[in-house]
Write a protein that binds this ligand. Structure first.
Ligand SMILES: Cc1cc2nc3c(=O)[nH]c(=O)nc-3n(C[C@H](O)[C@H](O)[C@H](O)COP(=O)(O)OP(=O)(O)OC[C@H]3O[C@@H](n4cnc5c(N)ncnc54)[C@H](O)[C@@H]3O)c2cc1C
Ligand SMILES: C[S@@+](CC[C@H](N)C(=O)[O-])C[C@H]1O[C@@H](n2cnc3c(N)ncnc32)[C@H](O)[C@@H]1O
Length: 659
């Protein structure tokens, strides 16, 4: 996305309809946008019958080029609501180069009062919509919207999905020739499910011919309004004369879809486990959430405040893409929670505390749009933060702090989730198609699917013992709010962080200790945290009377972060280690080999771990990613990012390195 112009530039006509300045075209028909949408996209794709025919656990996937005002999406959702049986789900994947700014979206959607119940839900979730994949969970999970923000030709190749119906929208071919290309239509074909259908409002001859050449059988059909004719079609298959699209390598291919009982065990009730449980529960799974403590969020996810801070790269790495997508998703989930107690979107200021950091920040400011992050000079940074600062920095207006246990609680409170506390799983065993979670002779629970979400503790199971997870101890310090510290208005970070008070207390963090196994808070680390505060702002030290506190009396807590060597989380299906090495041993000699051998999956075994120092940003979306692997849904992240998080990446690297 162009950092200077992230949003659609609109003009509004005298009847309140939006018009694109860039494309010089209308978003919907002059006569009746609603009727046109229903006729062109809904009827031509026979959605009424197809929605009505879905089974209770079925799902339907619509793909669209050009989300625009979301009118097509809302019409499809409304029909789905009317026609589909309870338990069926709708996925709508739409690519959009210039997303409407939220106030413009609200203004455009106000034109359709009958869609208001749907539009209102969309509008409350239309926050933190930035470049790349942005996943929105609507209607308690019955409907998901994955927006791919960016150019269609750059985004669609990253999508892993099977589209049942395509809405080929986008401004008129004559006004937007760059989009209507053979290259785009090849992507639509690559993503088409076997019985996929397609429709578009144009009947332009070369569009029809190019779609036919891509494998769709297109037909002209009478139009509506001042469209004389439109096109509809069905996917016949990839044309024989064109070389077939690349498929995923077997070690990253989708495991065979789960059939049978939809029951799962999730082991570990921190951010990763609660997110996994919630994502499965909203898909109709019955989930047993096993936790060794007496309740949820008592280890790393138990801090009073964690920061929603985006440590990005200007180079679009997989980690950076995951962070932008994960941040957006978490921010939207938080909209369901209680602001001020459970979380606060007060913004995050990352100080430019040395020349290297200032340089890094300048690069980020050039690479990302202003509404995600922007540079503040020292006076503006002080005004934002409400305290005196020695430096300016980078401000993330949509960032803030979260009380992680509240997020976990919200996720675990789904009626399909049953918490089983006081259960310390020591072994996992598969018996008669069921994974058994055992504590020696005691069977704690069993189910056909298990998600390992116990942070670094998952190494205790033989099936996941080889995953390279490390524990890093960290300690936070709790500081009582003072009259003078009330002015702190945003989270401020340098090497450490401090947040505005929650329930009368500020959280100051955090230490890093790579060797200690002991979780008793230490005075030395409290003192280290106070040193981090001094580096943030000596004015805040004074306001908090932190220089007069007795270090021995300081309160706080310590826990283990759990990190992987590449700092990406580990999310996805697990394979049998020795069988994997045997199947792909050829890679040790030649890393380019792709043996035609299916991956030896440990059927039903999945991992969600390795969230390091940013679980608030990565764990909730990882729950959705995991559920998408399991339920054969569109992946909510680019394929390459999902592969970068895949558990098999380590075994693969070991094979290639020959170790
Ligand atoms: C000091 C500190 C500060 C941090 N600050 C931030 C921050 O500002 N922002 C941010 O985004 N992130 C922060 N993090 C990181 C964040 O807290 C973690 O990424 C996140 O909590 C990880 O969640 P998790 O569910 O993977 O692990 P955990 O929260 O540790 O949960 C794992 C759970 O599994 C249970 N369990 C494990 N094994 C078993 C078993 N065999 N049987 C039963 N139960 C089991 C454990 O009891 C535990 O409850 C911080 C972490 C620390 C330690
Ligand atoms: C006519 S509008 C779509 C209307 C929309 N489907 C609705 O329901 O409101 C066309 C949309 O396509 C988007 N668009 C145009 N070219 C694009 C491209 N190359 N990649 C992604 N989106 C594009 C425009 O920004 C615009 O929002």
């Amino acid at each position: 996305m162009n950092p200077e112009m992230p949003h659609a530039q609109l003009d509004w006509d005298d009847q309140g309809r939006p018009h694109s300045r860039v494309f010089d075209d209308v978003y919907f028909s002059d006569l009746s946008g609603l009727e046109e949408t229903r006729y062109v996209f809904i009827e031509q794709n026979r959605l009424k019958e197809r929605f009505a025919a879905l089974p209770a656990e079925g799902h339907f996937v619509i793909g669209e080029t050009g989300f625009g005002t979301g009118l097509n999406f809302l019409c499809a959702w409304q029909l789905f609501e009317e026609q589909a049986v309870a338990g069926a789900r709708l996925h709508f994947v739409s690519v959009e180069k210039y997303p409407l700014a939220a106030p413009d979206l609200a203004r455009a959607l106000a034109l359709w009062p009958e869609l208001k119940p749907f539009a209102d839900q969309l509008l409350t979730q239309y926050v933190a919509i930035h470049q790349g994949f942005q996943h929105l969970v609507l209607d308690n999970g019955r409907v998901t919207l994955t927006l791919l923000i960016g150019d269609a030709l750059e985004q669609l190749p990253q999508l892993d999905a099977q589209i049942d119906a395509w809405f080929l929208d986008g401004f008129a071919p004559a006004k937007n020739p760059d989009m209507w290309t053979a290259e785009l239509f090849a992507e639509l074909a690559r993503l088409a499910a076997p019985d996929s259908t397609i429709s578009t409002f144009t009947s332009t001859g070369w569009v029809r011919r190019l779609l036919n050449a891509a494998g769709f059988k297109m037909k002209r059909t009478p139009g509506i309004g001042h469209k004389w004719e439109i096109l509809r079609g069905a996917f016949l298959g990839w044309p024989a004369e064109t070389s077939a699209p690349a498929v995923a390598k077997p070690w990253f291919a989708r495991p065979p879809a789960h059939k049978g009982e939809r029951r799962a065990l999730v082991i570990g009730a921190g951010l990763a486990g609660c997110a996994s449980a919630a994502s499965l529960a909203t898909r109709g799974w019955q989930v047993s959430l096993l936790e060794r403590h007496d309740g949820i969020a008592q280890e790393a996810s138990g801090n009073p405040q964690g920061v929603l801070y985006l440590k990005l790269s200007a180079h679009g790495t997989a980690l950076s893409q995951l962070i932008v997508s994960g941040f957006g998703h978490t921010r939207r989930v938080l909209e369901h929670l209680h602001r001020g107690v459970d979380w606060d979107g007060c913004g995050v200021l990352q100080l430019a505390f040395n020349a290297k950091e200032a340089e890094r920040q300048a690069q980020l400011a050039a690479a990302f749009p202003e509404d995600l992050l922007h540079v503040l000079d020292q006076p503006h940074a002080e005004a934002r933060a409400g305290i005196a600062l020695a430096h300016g920095g980078l401000f993330y207006p949509e960032g803030g702090w979260v009380h992680p246990p509240a997020l976990c609680q919200w996720q675990a409170s789904h009626s399909n989730v049953q918490l089983l506390p006081h259960g310390d799983v020591l072994q996992l065993r598969k018996v008669d198609g069921q994974w058994q979670a055992r504590d020696g002779d005691t069977l704690l629970a069993s189910a056909p699917v298990v998600v390992l979400a116990g942070a670094a503790e998952i190494k205790r199971f033989t099936q996941s013992a080889d995953l390279p997870l490390k524990r890093i101890r960290g300690q936070i310090t709790r500081l009582a709010q003072t009259r003078e510290s009330q002015s702190l208005a945003t989270v401020v970070c340098a090497e450490g962080y401090v947040a505005p008070a929650r329930l009368g207390e500020h959280t100051l963090g955090a230490s890093f200790d790579f060797t200690s196994d002991d979780l008793t808070p230490t005075t030395a680390e409290h003192l280290g945290n106070l040193q981090l505060l001094e580096e943030i702002s000596s004015d805040l030290v004074t306001r908090l009377h932190a220089d007069q506190l007795d270090a021995e009396q300081l309160q706080g807590r310590a826990a283990f972060r759990c990190t992987s060597p590449d700092y990406l989380p580990i999310v996805g299906p697990l394979a049998d280690g020795p069988a994997f090495n045997l199947a792909y041993t050829a890679l040790a000699k030649d890393a380019r080999q792709v043996p035609d051998v299916p991956c030896p999956w440990l059927e039903g075994l999945y991992v969600n771990s390795g969230h390091g120092s940013r679980g608030l940003i990565t764990a909730p979306l990882s729950g959705e990613l995991l559920a998408a692997w399991l339920d054969n849904e569109p992946l909510p992240l680019p394929r390459a990012v999902a592969e970068a998080c895949h558990p098999n990446r380590f075994a693969l690297r070991r094979l290639i390195r020959g170790s």
